[in-house]
Design a binder for this molecule. Sequence first.
Ligand SMILES: Cc1cc2nc3c(=O)[nH]c(=O)nc-3n(C[C@H](O)[C@H](O)[C@H](O)COP(=O)(O)OP(=O)(O)OC[C@H]3O[C@@H](n4cnc5c(N)ncnc54)[C@H](O)[C@@H]3O)c2cc1C
Length: 436
Amino acid sequence: MIKFDVIIAGAGIAGISSAEILARYGLRVLIFDINEKFCSFSSSQQHGWYHLGSLYSIFPESDYLKSMLVSLENLVKNYKCFDGMNATIDKNGKLNFKKKKNAWINNDRIKYLVASRNNKDFKINKIKNILKIIDWEKKIKKFVSRHKRYEKINWNKMKASDFVPKANLLDYRKKFIKKPDLEELTLDKNTHFMMEGYDRTMKSYLIANDLFDSFLKNKGKFLNKTKLLNLKKIENNFEIKTSKGKFLCKYFVNATGYNLKKDNAKNFKVKSVYSPIAVFYPPLSKKNFVRLTPKKNKTINHLLHKTEENVNYSVIGCGMDADKKNRKNVEKKLISLCKKNFKNYKKSNLMGIYSGLKTEYVKNKGERHYNFKIYEKAKNHYLIIPGKFSLCFSLASELKNKIIGKTKIKNNKFYKSKKNKIISYPLHYNLISKNI
Ligand SMILES: Cc1cc2nc3c(=O)[nH]c(=O)nc-3n(C[C@H](O)[C@H](O)[C@H](O)COP(=O)(O)OP(=O)(O)OC[C@H]3O[C@@H](n4cnc5c(N)ncnc54)[C@H](O)[C@@H]3O)c2cc1C
């Protein structure tokens, strides 16, 4: 039976990023997936939003904002060796995302259009609504304050993950918010304000492909169309039974996303919900934006993505989740939101709509966690879930620390990678490239 140091089941972004870093540090790693292509389930259904914490600045507690910033710090520290990793810090301590063809992260920032208290989403006819406004104003002030701190960071001198979440109302400045330019939208300019966020869009295909290419260059092995069947502990090793035979390993990592539900236990629980995504061409807007309102069913996110031939298209998500039964209904609601919000709706074509399956670790009472999770089910047996595609850098770095320890960073220059056919493009990309 072939023996590996580590076997990883599930080749979504959680599995690939973990396999990459462990192989880069010299371990013999096997990764396998039930599907023909890798990154072809949730990791291909995602919106392409690179979370740096901007959206999570609206939460009263700061843990999620902190974890998104830690992921950015891990990206800068542990992924310098990739040519596409374009986050750089200049001598003045400013963080930049260099423009280049193979860049992982686009430099265009996602703007926030925030509903203000005179918007019709707040109907002041009940005490409940007045309380809602007070709560919203408090959240928004903190949101603005945290963004102001983000702008002030000197990345050479301070840790963003410590500095930004500590923002308080003294950091708030009204001049930081602007009147929105809403020419492509039907929203009322007098009942919204605009703030430049710091999240960006990402080229998830390039991230997954480059990580996988590094994995191969570091002698990683892989199998597709291979199902995890079960595992057995044999002395200090695991015998992993798959549809393509048995393998031995010292460490076993389960990164099977939605299938982690089978491992739900008292201290580890994951939950899946459907989340709709609509794809339009030509694009409905030239800007990346999020409309924030306390009404979840009126929140809308518009991201611009590009094909390799530089054709722009719109990828639109919203604040609504669904279960298996009502997902078609929620997809219809997203279409009506698009119809209502975009002036160009009739000039564009709906190229496709789908409900992606989001699987996340949840807290005890079932609340969302918005962070990655590594759970050691038994000695050397890990269950991992990234929470977000963009948290894969923290997830992988942390798993490496657990398995190998906090050794010196191995970041040898690794030049341009070649395309690996086994890595799937995002679903929205496939919908466009097949149809235009
Ligand atoms: C609609 C939507 C929008 C999103 N938008 C964003 C976004 O904009 N930004 C962001 O950062 N994140 C986003 N996310 C979240 C992100 O997509 C996920 O957090 C991430 O992709 C999960 O990665 P994963 O590797 O855990 O899961 P997956 O990609 O699902 O990988 C799990 C893999 O395990 C394999 N598998 C399952 N069972 C078995 C088995 N028995 N044997 C072998 N293999 C098995 C599957 O085939 C799959 O390839 C979004 C998610 C959705 C659904």
